[in-house]
Design a protein around this ligand. Structure first.
Ligand SMILES: *[C@@H]1O[C@H](CO)[C@@H](O)[C@H](O)[C@H]1NC(C)=O
Ligand SMILES: *[C@@H]1O[C@H](CO)[C@@H](O)[C@H](O)[C@H]1NC(C)=O
Ligand SMILES: *[C@@H]1O[C@H](CO)[C@@H](O)[C@H](O)[C@H]1NC(C)=O
Length: 978
């Protein structure tokens, strides 16, 4: 206080001061109210009830989520996890001058963050994480007070404005991970943030090395830079971060050893360096006794597991699979805390399974496959009620399996395959409420499969291959409605195959080969809707082959080496099943070279026989086959082509074109064949008026030995009738410049002709992968990609009822004279019924290399499966490679290869077809990343076809917007009948 006497003027001001304050105050009260009500109104889409208190009669400081300072000025907005939807009006929010905290994480906010945020200069806490924003973040340099910045998983892209926060030295918490930012080297600005205790930069496109100076951030307790493109060694500087509790660097390309000095990080509880290229041993981790979770999988680590790990009192998660570890596991590992899982698979470990990992009753997964463990399965696990997965396959384990194991109530998978286990499967298995996979192959199990197994209704796969199981298949097996695979081959099972097997409606594979089954093949098997392979070979089955089996769409049937009798049902006599019936002297079939004739041979069929022999010889010898064709041509002169013999032709026209069916039929000659497709021969027909047409001829049964380009999973030679109908149904109502035009169909009793527009440049597969290929520059490839995408978009979106193609592949994308693409071959297409949910179909349709992974476990057909296949086509276009190539590795395909290379390679342009010019490579890489989206494992993460078209348009080489609009306009006006 001043000792000066107070002058009159001063006194007045002093007197007025509270009053003035009041005016300023109430002014800003109404101001603040306006701002908050505007905030509320821009978020009015929200389902949230949080705004119920936000109205004029209430004090703003009483609004839910609002905190005021002592002057009643808004200091905090706390509305995280409130289901808020909408854009944020930063222009008004940031005129709240006292605002220090915005907490809006975990909502559904979208749109961009405007540069008005720079007026929030007092902001200390900003949380916008887990939202759906878009675009780049603006300059943040004026938010110099920031201590807490969380933008994790918020949708921001572009480059993060690192430079603008270089002086934000108050930051203690920084989380920017899981955003699609542009690639950036490690941002050195971070090294200024000496107050940081938590840094989360996982999955935000950081490349290059981690700087040694990271060691200066010595308050860090949590450091996560996983899922990036980091290379080089883990810097020794990290060993200075002695406060670290959590260090996560997984899924990078880090190499070298775990740096010496990590032993100093005595507080470390979570350490995850999995999926890198690290090597060396684990001795540095020996004394980190606070360790709770240790994730070292998918590296090149070697050496033994330190004995000290057995004394880690807090360890609950231990995953070191796919390394080169040797020696034994510490006996007491996992026996102290609430241990959850161990995964030491794919190493060279030896010795016994540690017995006490489920001591606390919390263990969920015991995964020790592909090692060299010995001894038995410890009795202790028989009471491990928490266990979900038990996998010890491919070791040298032996002895009896404790009875209690079979009945564990939560266990979903028992995988004991490839060991030396013996004894029986206990009847208690009937209580295994969750068991879906039972893998016991290649052991010494014996005895009968207990009847109680029929109670395990959750079973999906049973593999008992190569054991000494005996007795009959329990007759109650028909209760297993989810059973998809039944593999019992190479045991000593006997008795009849139970009729009730035909009630296992999900069965996909039945393999009973190499047993002593006797009696007849149950006719009920013919009603299994999804059966794909049936192998009953090498048994003692007798009687007739049930005719019902011809109804199945089997890719494999093998009943060879039994004692079956009588005629092979007509529907099974197709080339694909050659050899399937051998070793059954009692079987016969007329006109089949491998089987005895059933009836005496009538003389008239001699000619046919000649033709058959000629056909066989032709397949073997080119010369002979040529002469065979000549012979056949002669026959044509005498008897006309078999197609021509049919009397009544039914013609349906879908487009206006003057076609005479006579003219077409006359042109179906050997010399006009331009392709042998999955469904029949394709002929080129030139009409009198010069119009060129392509005519597909579909037989009732196709004696065909292989597709032109790829192995369709749909068995060869099956009846093509349903495909014909599907094709006509799908195509007759479609009109789009990128969908092949079906002019008409001509059908008779035994033949069908589909008349299409002729596509002079063949198909994309041939152009990319065969000797017919021509150099396609980037513009051509781009136009093919975009056109094909538009065709598919049309199928999926333009009609009331979406058409799912189900066999999208490069050989089904045809090219016209200008190389414009058109989607073709609708033989497997499904028209989705309106009102009904996406129907599950019971056949795995499609082509190897293009089939979406969800087909493996569901038969649900959705547009997203087409989108996956289209992603594969994009990958072919960019890389020039086929969907399956030996260089991708065993059981790997182009999708695996591209995803893996994009993740691990610095220079992604190396994936681009070398014939694409250098200046186009960047665009090609962008297309590859669209392909990556399309081929995401989880269908829901794949974009819609509409989205794919948009993304492709964005990378158009010479962007011509008006053409784009023009083409879209056509989509709209194209009509869809019924
Ligand atoms: C504000 O909230 C307090 C405590 O909940 C309550 O007592 C007071 O009446 C409220 N004021 C108004 C104007 O609603
Ligand atoms: C910041 O606020 C001032 C006045 O309060 C205003 O004139 C200016 O336009 C604002 N700037 C931004 C970027 O919103
Ligand atoms: C950070 O501070 C330095 C030194 O005062 C200054 O030159 C620089 O412009 C500041 N950076 C930003 C983004 O404000």
């Amino acid at each position: 206080m001043s000792s000066e006497p107070i002058s009159g003027n001063h006194r007045i001001i002093l007197f007025l001061l509270p009053f003035l304050c009041l005016i300023v105050h109430s002014y800003s009260q109404s101001d603040q109210l306006q701002i908050l009500l505007k905030f509320k109104s821009t978020l009015q889409n929200s389902k949230s009830e949080v705004f119920n208190t936000w109205h004029g009669e209430n004090l703003i400081c009483n609004f839910t989520g609002i905190v005021c300072n002592s002057d009643n000025l808004v200091k905090e907005i706390n509305l995280s996890e409130q289901q808020l939807a909408g854009t944020l009006p930063f222009d008004s929010i940031c005129s709240l001058k006292s605002l220090e905290k915005i907490s809006l994480g975990s909502n559904n906010l979208y749109g961009t963050v405007s540069s008005h945020i720079s007026n929030c200069t007092n902001l200390q806490y900003l949380d916008l994480g887990i939202n759906s924003f878009s675009g780049e973040l603006p300059d943040l340099s004026s938010l110099i007070q920031l201590k807490f910045l969380n933008l994790n998983l918020s949708g921001f892209s572009g480059s993060f404005p690192w430079k603008s926060i270089e002086n934000h030295t108050n930051l203690t918490f920084l989380s920017l991970g899981d955003n699609p930012f542009d690639r950036t080297p490690f941002p050195l600005e971070i090294l200024n943030f000496r107050q940081l205790y938590s840094l989360y930069l996982t999955n935000c496109s950081i490349e290059g090395r981690i700087p040694e100076e990271i060691g200066n951030l010595n308050l860090l307790e949590s450091l996560e830079i996983s899922d990036n493109y980091l290379v080089g060694e883990i810097p020794v500087g990290i060993t200075k971060l002695t406060k670290l509790r959590m260090l996560e660097l997984y899924n990078n390309q880090l190499s070298g050893i775990i740096p010496v000095g990590i032993r100093n990080l005595v507080n470390l509880a979570e350490f995850d360096v999995s999926t890198n290229n690290l090597e060396g041993d684990l001795s540095e981790l020996r004394n980190l006794t606070r360790m709770e979770s240790l994730q070292l999988f998918e590296n090149n680590f070697s050496g033994t597991i330190p004995e000290e790990f057995g004394e880690f009192k807090f360890l609950t998660q231990f995953s070191i699979y796919d390394n080169k570890f040797t020696g034994e596991l510490p006996a007491k590992i996992g026996s102290w805390a609430d241990f959850e899982y161990i995964d030491v698979s794919q190493n060279f470990l030896t010795g016994p399974i540690p017995p006490d990992m489920c001591k606390m009753g919390k263990m969920q997964k015991l995964l020790m496959l592909e090692n060299n463990f010995t001894g038995g399965l410890p009795e202790t696990y028989a009471s491990c009620l928490s266990l979900l997965r038990l996998r010890v396959s491919n070791n040298s384990l032996s002895g009896r399996v404790p009875d209690g194991i079979w009945s564990l109530p939560n266990l979903g998978m028992i995988d004991l395959a490839i060991n030396q286990f013996e004894g029986q499967v206990a009847p208690t298995i009937g209580q295994a409420k969750s068991l879906s996979q039972l893998f016991l192959a290649n052991n010494r199990f014996s005895g009968e499969v207990p009847a109680e197994i029929s109670n395990v209704s959750s079973l999906v796969e049973i593999e008992l291959i190569s054991n000494q199981f005996s007795g009959e298949i329990p007759s109650g097996i028909g209760n297993l409605k989810k059973l998809s695979k039944l593999h019992l081959q190479d045991n000593i099972f006997s008795g009849a195959i139970p009729e009730s097997l035909g009630s296992c409606v999900s069965l996909n594979e039945i393999i009973l080969a190499g047993n002593s089954f006797s009696g007849q093949i149950p006719a009920t098997l013919g009603s299994l809707p999804t059966l794909n392979s049936l192998n009953l070979s090498g048994n003692k089955l007798s009687g007739l082959i049930p005719a019902s089996l011809s109804k199945l769409k089997l890719s494999l049937i093998d009943v060879s080496n039994n004692m079956l009798m009588g005629p092979v049902p007509q529907g099974l006599l197709i080339v694909a099943y050659n050899g399937s019936f051998a070793g059954n002297p009692g079987l016969c079939a007329d006109g089949n070279k491998d089987l005895r004739q059933c009836s005496p041979v009538p003389k008239k069929s001699d000619q046919l026989k000649v033709a058959v022999y000629c056909f066989i010889a032709g397949a073997l010898l080119l010369v002979l086959s040529l002469s065979c064709f000549v012979f056949l041509k002669f026959r044509q002169h005498d008897h006309k082509d078999p197609i021509y013999r049919s009397h009544s032709w039914d013609v349906k026209k879908f487009h206006v074109l003057n076609i005479s069916e006579d003219e077409i039929l006359k042109s179906l000659k050997q010399e006009n064949i331009i392709g042998k497709g999955g469904s029949g021969n394709v002929y080129k027909v030139v009409l009198g008026g010069g119009e060129q047409l392509a005519v597909k001829h579909m037989w009732k049964f196709v004696p065909e030995s292989g597709g032109r380009s790829s192995a369709a999973i749909l068995p060869k030679g099956k009846s093509r009738w349903p495909e014909y109908e599907a094709e006509v149904a799908a195509l007759s109502s479609l009109r789009h410049m990128n969908v092949v035009k079906l002019y008409c169909s001509i059908s008779s009793e035994d033949s069908n002709l589909l008349v299409y527009e002729y596509m002079p440049n063949g198909n994309l597969w041939d152009q990319l992968h065969t000797y017919q290929k021509i150099e396609m520059d980037w513009n051509v490839r781009y136009e093919i990609a975009l056109g094909a995408a538009r065709g598919l978009e049309y199928l999926h979106h333009a009609c009331d009822r979406p058409v799912i193609h189900r066999d999208v592949k490069s050989s089904n994308i045809l090219l016209d004279e200008e190389m414009k693409p058109k989607i073709a071959d609708f033989g497997l297409a499904k028209i989705v019924q309106t009102g009904k949910a996406m129907n599950s179909t019971h056949v795995i349709a499609g082509t190897h290399g293009y089939i979406a992974p969800e087909y493996g476990y569901t038969y649900n057909v959705t547009e997203k499966s087409d989108i996956y296949s289209f992603g594969v086509v994009l990958m072919e276009l960019v890389t020039g490679k086929k969907p399956v190539e030996p260089e991708f590795g065993e059981n790997r395909d182009i999708v695996y290869w591209v995803h893996n290379e994009m993740r691990t390679k610095d220079d992604v342009t190396a994936l681009v077809d070398p014939s694409i010019t250098k200046d186009a490579k960047e665009e090609a890489v962008k297309m590859l990343s669209i392909a990556g989206h399309c081929t995401m494992k989880i269908p829901a993460l794949r974009p819609s076809m509409r989205m794919v078209v948009k993304m492709l348009e964005e990378i158009e080489p010479n962007s011509l917007t008006d053409i784009v609009i023009d083409k879209m306009g056509e989509n709209v006006i194209s009509q869809c009948k019924s």
